[in-house]
Design a protein around this ligand. Structure first.
Ligand SMILES: [Zn+2]
Ligand SMILES: [Zn+2]
Length: 305
């Protein structure tokens, strides 16, 4: 008699209420499983830095949501011909077009609603904005063009003006799109972007969210949308291309684990994990949270993220 439940659509919400509302029916919350390394690190960080608890709890729930959703997404059917890839990379045009994603809108709406609910629960989204996401989640004809606009403004700034509907909701859309975009990035991992020199992502056009310094002292930027990584000048500002060293302020965290590169031209900054003497590789989900105190320090100096 439970056969119907097992065949329930993968991303359909549970019929339960309250805390379990987002747990799909066929996945028992009690199933004991070793935690992923980044969730284990976040749990340790929570003990070491209790003032980050709320941000950490949200991050853990977002990771769990992404991991529940991602394996069920079909790999995008992207068959780029070599010509299109070479052409795009050489001309500094991000490779991915929205249609390449073949996004399943009902899957997206599920993730969008789930992200908004998690953000509200952890005080990362105020009630008014949450209500807006609820309304959008019900109105496909408004939500879908908004997501497309959000994507296009990253790929080709100036091609579209972000509609007023979008203001304040970008973080929800960005987090909700992450499983879909990172899945696409996975499918495109073999693409050679060595010739790419721009500060935005060669795949999706997103801005870098973080960086990592490799043991060979190269700097890789990490996309805020699809989490792809690409090599970039070790010092230059990826937001405005300022490469004058005396107009880039760089400072390290006290333990030397992290760095900030702040641009004195556009006043934006980028955080980085210094992997030169580190015991583990960068973990985007952990390191963006562990460096929240650095954001405060950068903002105090008049920079913005
Ligand atoms: Zn990207
Ligand atoms: Zn700059």
């Amino acid at each position: 008699m439970h056969a119907d439940r097992r065949r329930a659509p993968a991303l359909r919400e549970g019929r339960g209420s309250g805390e379990n509302a987002l747990v799909p029916l066929h996945r028992r919350p009690e199933s004991p499983r070793p935690e992923a390394p980044d969730i284990a690190e976040l749990t340790e960080l929570r003990v070491a830095q209790p003032d980050l608890a709320s941000a950490i709890d949200l991050q853990i729930e977002l990771l769990r949501l992404e991991r529940r959703v991602r394996p069920r997404l079909p790999l995008p059917t992207l068959t780029f011909d070599v010509g299109r890839v070479t052409d795009a990379i050489r001309n500094g045009r991000p490779l991915l077009r929205f249609d390449d994603l073949t996004l399943n809108w009902s899957d997206f709406r599920f993730v969008f609603r789930s992200v908004a609910e998690l953000m509200r629960r952890h005080d990362a989204l105020d009630e008014a904005d949450y209500r807006r996401t609820e309304a959008l989640g019900r109105e496909a004809h408004r939500l879908e063009p908004l997501v497309v606009q959000w994507f296009v403004t990253g790929v080709d700034p100036g091609a579209a003006n972000p509609p007023p509907d979008l203001a304040g909701l970008e973080p929800v859309i960005q987090l909700a799109m992450r499983p879909f975009l990172s899945r696409a990035a996975e499918a495109l991992a073999t693409i050679d972007a060595a010739e790419w020199t721009r500060g935005c992502c060669p795949l999706c056009g997103g801005e870098p969210e973080f960086a990592t310094i490799t043991p060979a002292a190269e700097r890789l930027l990490i996309c805020s949308r699809c989490t792809s990584r690409w090599r970039f000048d070790p010092i230059a500002c990826p937001f405005c291309d300022n490469a004058e060293r005396d107009r880039i302020t760089s400072f390290a965290s006290r333990d030397g684990r992290y760095r900030i590169y702040a641009c004195d031209q556009c006043l934006r900054y980028l955080k980085a994990y210094d992997g030169r003497h580190a015991s583990r590789p960068v973990m985007l989900a952990v390191d963006t949270i562990a460096t929240l105190p650095l954001d405060a320090a950068a903002m105090q100096r008049g920079y913005r993220g």
